[in-house]
Design a protein around this ligand. Structure first.
Ligand code: SF4
Ligand code: SF4
Ligand code: SF4
Length: 323
C-alpha cells in the first residue's frame, strides 16, 4: 500500500461507506422523529451516525499509521454516549436482558430500538460494525495490550456464548412469566442491572484477555450479544472484499486480525470475507501492503467460518502491536 497523505486519500471512493452509514443512521433517526413526534430518536441516531461517519471517514483518509485514531475515536464517542444516555437520560437497561424484557413486556424504549438497529436489522447492511466501531465493552477491552491473538481455542469454547444467551433469555422469561417482574426495561432496578451487568462484562473480559493474551477473548467465547449479531450479519451488504491489488498470501492481515479470520482463504477463493466473526474493523485493509482488500458492497450468503486456531490451549507469548 502506498504511504498516501490525507490530501491524496480524500477521495469519493474513501468516503462513500462513511457517507452511506451516516445517511442511513440519520434517516432512521428522522423516521423515528416523524413517526413518534419525539426528538430522542433523531438525537440518538443522528449522533451515532455522525460519530460513525467521522470515525470511518478519518479511517479512510488518514495516513496508514494514524488510521486507528478514527476507530478509537468512534468507539469512545458512541460507547460513552450510549452508556451515559442509558444511565442518566433514559434510565434504561441497555444490556441484552433489557432488550428481552422490552420484547416480552411490549415496553419499547431507546435501548430496545438500539438493539433492533445496531444488532438485529442494521447488520443486514453493515454486518458487525457495532463490534468494531461502537461497542462500549470493547471500548475498554481494546485498550489492553493483547492486540495480536494467537488464534482461537480449539474445540467448543465458542459455544459458551450460546449458553450465556440461553441463560439471559431463561432468567428474563422466569422473571416475567413466573415471578411477575416486569420492570427490567427502565427505572432504578433496570439501571442498576445495566451498571452491574456492564461491570461484570468488563471484569470477565479483562480476566479472559490477560489469561488468553487476547483483547477480544470475551467477544469470541462469552458475549451473548454476538448470537443475534451473527445471524443477520451473514447477509451483510458491506463486507471485506478484493481490492485493486492481488493477494500474495503473506498472512500479514491474518496475524493482526483481532477476530482470527483467515482472510486470504476467502480472497484467494474469489469470495468476500464470509465469516460472521468479522467486525469490519478494517485492520486487515490497513496492513495489506498489496492493496488487496477493501470494503465492498454486494449480496452473498455469509456464515462460512474460516478461523485461525491456536496450536496449544496455552497462549503463546505474543508482543503487542498497533491497531
Ligand atoms: S462480541 Fe459483544 S463485547 Fe464483543 S464487540 Fe460485539 S457486542 Fe461488544
Ligand atoms: S490480503 Fe494482503 S495482507 Fe492479507 S494475505 Fe493477502 S496480501 Fe497478505
Ligand atoms: S477480517 Fe479484517 S475487518 Fe474483519 S475483523 Fe479481521 S481485520 Fe477486522
Amino acid at each position: 500500500m502506498k504511504a498516501n497523505t490525507f490530501k491524496q486519500n480524500l477521495t469519493f471512493k474513501n468516503l462513500v461507506v462513511p457517507l452511506v452509514i451516516m445517511v442511513a443512521f440519520v434517516g432512521v433517526g428522522l423516521w423515528g422523529f416523524l413517526a413518534s413526534g419525539y426528538t430522542q430518536p433523531l438525537i440518538m441516531f443522528g449522533y451515532i451516525g455522525m460519530s460513525l461517519g467521522i470515525g470511518l471517514g478519518l479511517y479512510g483518509t488518514l495516513p496508514k499509521k494514524q488510521k486507528p485514531i478514527g476507530r478509537r475515536l468512534t468507539l469512545l464517542l458512541v460507547g460513552l454516549f450510549l452508556i451515559l444516555y442509558a444511565i442518566f437520560m433514559g434510565q434504561e437497561n441497555s444490556q441484552l436482558e433489557g432488550a428481552i424484557f422490552g420484547l416480552l413486556t411490549g415496553v419499547v424504549q431507546m435501548g430496545v430500538i438500539h438493539y433492533a438497529i445496531a444488532k438485529i436489522f442494521g447488520p443486514l447492511l453493515f454486518g458487525r460494525m457495532w463490534c468494531g466501531w461502537a461497542c462500549w465493552t470493547v471500548m475498554v477491552l481494546d485498550l489492553l495490550p493483547f492486540k495480536r491473538p494467537a488464534g482461537r481455542l480449539p474445540g467448543r469454547w465458542g459455544w459458551l456464548r450460546y449458553l450465556h444467551f440461553g441463560l439471559s433469555l431463561s432468567i428474563v422469561l422466569l422473571l416475567v412469566y413466573v415471578v411477575g417482574f416486569r420492570d427490567g426495561v427502565s427505572g432504578s432496578i433496570a439501571v442498576t442491572w445495566f451498571i452491574i451487568g456492564n461491570l461484570l462484562y468488563y471484569a470477565v473480559g479483562i480476566v479472559l484477555a490477560f489469561t488468553l493474551k487476547d483483547n477480544r477473548a470475551f467477544c469470541k467465547y462469552v458475549c451473548p450479544v454476538s448470537v443475534p449479531l451473527k445471524i443477520t450479519s451473514r447477509f451483510s451488504v458491506i463486507k471485506i472484499g478484493q481490492g485493486a491489488g492481488q493477494c500474495n498470501d503473506c498472512d500479514a492481515c491474518e496475524k493482526l486480525c483481532p477476530m482470527d479470520v483467515r482472510i486470504s482463504d476467502y480472497i484467494l477463493n474469489n469470495q468476500r470475507v464470509l465469516s460472521t466473526e468479522c467486525s469490519l474493523c478494517q485492520t486487515c485493509i490497513t496492513v495489506c501492503a498489496q492493496d488487496a482488500l477493501k470494503l465492498s458492497f454486494g449480496f452473498d450468503m455469509g456464515g462460512k467460518e474460516l478461523l485461525r486456531e491456536r496450536e496449544s490451549k496455552l497462549p503463546a507469548p505474543v508482543a503487542a502491536t498497533s491497531d
